[in-house]
Design a protein around this ligand. Structure first.
Ligand SMILES: *Cc1c(COP(=O)(O)O)cnc(C)c1O
Length: 425
């Protein structure tokens, strides 16, 4: 067991240089007014308190200025989305022109596949993982159908080995090498939503590119969770949402990365809209479309300002802390959780998430082996104030977030889980 498992949680909280950030967030309460132990940021991050005033600012400008709010006010709406490019680029390791905030994740995935999944001749296949998140899978299947192809002919799914839960990098590289020049696109998750496994973006991207495939990443569970270096790792595109670790609220406007090498490529087919039109010509209403260079050129509509507002506070919190300090605390928190689970619960649970720090983020996925089985564990935890989430048939996901979780939260959560899993005498 790692050193940290022997430490006192209150001492760890006392030493935590990021402890001050918790104050910036609303922590959901139990009926008796106590803070819940919120371990569900993999699903929905908590609300930064400053969101209220940021939204009120938009409402006030709208009320007082009407259409003039596009050009005047504290934060005029026309350039509103530009404020996110730089902090977001820092967070994902990209240039500002490579990222854009727009739409929602699945919509962006479709936009990206329209440009980067271009099956032709012998190169028609698309490689995903067998356990892909449903929406990604549906998006892929429907893109295949839109090209008049059949998933049975062109969809390749990599899977963990029999009896294993997570993918082996070399197995994925093997499949890429065997499929070689038949691969049109590789689409994989940065962090797998169910197992919490972190994949090697750089190595897998390079393997795909060596064989001439385009490579895209779904970073829904990776952004704000693990350090990313998209520009250097070099994928063609990436998509993610902002309501999980990024704390920008339910259904928040999502993010998208397009590598610089495609910035000026007007030969790429794309679904176009006026917000992707070169900015200085946007209001000239020209009959022909000239995309803005960079990721901005994939925008369709004028952005939903009210829904963008919550991103300000959340990116502020990430900027204040810095991703490397957050990652340091995250590894400590998750390491502490793992150590406590192993000592207190032993083989009543199996931790599915890889233990190597390069292969996991905040989340640990536990397979529950003992009674009471199934979803009842999750319900019992919920009534004791521990908010995790349950995935059928037997996985409990617990994700301590370095922005606001404390080591003491983990101590209590494990005590409660132990209690829940201990059969009544
Ligand atoms: C959360 C998540 C989604 C959700 O898609 P939306 O379009 O935001 O509803 C899609 N894919 C993955 C991998 C996710 O984790």
């Amino acid at each position: 067991m790692s050193e940290i498992g022997f430490r006192d949680s209150h001492a760890l909280d006392h030493e935590d240089p990021l402890a001050y950030l918790r104050e910036r967030f609303e922590i959901p309460k139990m009926p008796d007014g106590q803070d819940t132990i919120y371990l569900c940021s993999n699903s929905l991050g908590l609300m930064p308190r400053a969101v209220v005033s940021d939204i009120q600012q938009v409402l006030a400008d709208w009320a007082q200025r009407g259409v003039q709010g596009h050009h005047s006010g504290v934060q005029p709406w026309l350039p509103y989305h530009h404020q996110f490019a730089s902090p977001l680029a820092t967070l994902v390791g990209a240039n500002a022109s490579e990222v854009v905030v727009m739409n929602t994740l699945t919509v962006n995935l479709h936009l990206m596949m329209t440009s980067f999944y271009r099956p032709h001749d012998a190169r028609k296949k698309i490689l995903i993982e067998r356990g892909a998140f449903s929406s990604d899978r549906y998006a892929v299947m429907s893109q295949i159908a839109c090209h008049g192809l059949r998933p049975a002919d062109v969809l390749i799914e990599v899977a963990p080995r029999p009896g294993e839960d997570t993918l082996r990098r070399d197995d994925v590289i093997d499949v890429i090498e065997r499929q070689g020049s038949t691969l049109a696109l590789i689409l994989l998750p940065g962090v797998q939503y169910l197992t919490g496994q972190c994949l090697d973006i750089r190595e897998l991207t390079r393997a795909g590119h060596r064989h001439g495939a385009k490579v895209g990443w779904d970073l829904a569970h990776a952004v704000g969770n693990v350090p990313l270096s998209l520009h250097d790792d070099g994928p063609d595109f990436a998509v993610w949402c902002h309501y999980k670790y990024l704390c920008a609220g339910p259904g928040a406007v999502a993010g998208c990365f397009v590598h610089e090498r495609h910035a000026e490529d007007t030969s790429l087919p794309r679904l176009a809209g006026w917000w992707g039109q070169e900015e200085r010509h946007r209001f000239e209403m020209l009959p022909s479309f000239q995309p803005t260079a960079g990721a901005d050129g994939w925008q369709l509509s004028n952005p939903p300002i009210l829904s963008l507002a919550p991103l300000i506070a959340s990116l502020d919190a990430f900027g204040a802390a810095g991703m490397s300090a957050l990652r340091r605390k995250s590894l400590a928190l998750t390491g502490f959780l793992r150590a406590r689970l192993e000592t207190r619960l032993g083989d009543r649970i199996q931790i599915v998430t890889p233990s190597d720090s390069a292969e996991h983020g905040c989340q640990l996925s536990l397979r529950i082996r003992s009674t009471p089985a199934g979803r009842r564990v999750q319900e019992a935890l919920g009534s004791a104030g521990v908010i995790g989430d349950w995935r059928e048939p037997d996985i409990l996901r617990l994700a301590p977030a370095p922005l606001y979780n404390r080591f003491a939260d983990i101590d209590r959560a494990v005590t409660i889980l132990e209690h829940v899993l201990t059969p009544n005498e």
